[in-house]
Write a protein that binds this ligand. Structure first.
Ligand code: MG
Length: 162
């Protein structure tokens, strides 16, 4: 039966921001005056949200299921490698990624100058087309912990075809 089935998935992630860390988004290192994400891995909050969106579309668990942060193998892990592994997992289950849309929520620095580079980084890693990955950014209007600059959040949706 060659009937195509389309499925959507949603992902969310948040990390604390503290001095002495790197800020990596979609595999791109963002100049941030030494303020970056606190994490077991490289803290790429965007890659993590996208991983969860892709896995969620296939009901194949979440990033913690596949790469537990209690596992020393994933200490300092390159999250873009994990993202490629997530793609391998879902393709093994018969799915193809159609498109990804994501929003980063961060007070500073401004992400706009890096937005297209981040999109390119993700779509290159996943072998997707030029208009298949969208990354947007917004501040939290100084509201709450993210608005106070204590953290960064990312939301993502993914559409997959079986
Ligand atoms: Mg995370």
């Amino acid at each position: 039966m060659a009937e195509h089935v389309y499925r959507t998935g949603f992902g969310y992630d948040v990390h604390r921001l503290e001095p002495g860390n790197q800020l990596i988004l979609g595999g791109v290192t963002i100049p941030s005056d030494g303020i970056g994400t606190v994490a077991h891995s490289d803290g790429d909050v965007l890659a993590h949200a996208i991983c969860d969106a892709i896995l969620g579309a296939c009901a194949l668990g979440d990033i913690g299921t596949h790469f537990p942060d209690t596992d020393e193998r994933f200490r300092g892990a390159d999250s873009m490698v994990l993202l490629a592994e997530v793609q391998r997992i879902v393709e093994g289950a018969g799915y193809r990624i159609i498109n990804i849309d994501a929003t980063i929520v961060l007070e500073r620095p401004k992400i706009a100058p890096y937005r297209t580079r981040i999109e390119e980084s993700i779509r290159t890693r996943l072998n997707l087309g030029e208009h298949d990955v969208s990354v947007k950014a917004t501040t939290n209007e100084q509201l709450g912990p993210v608005g106070a600059g204590h953290g960064i959040a990312a939301y993502a949706v993914a559409m997959l075809r079986r």
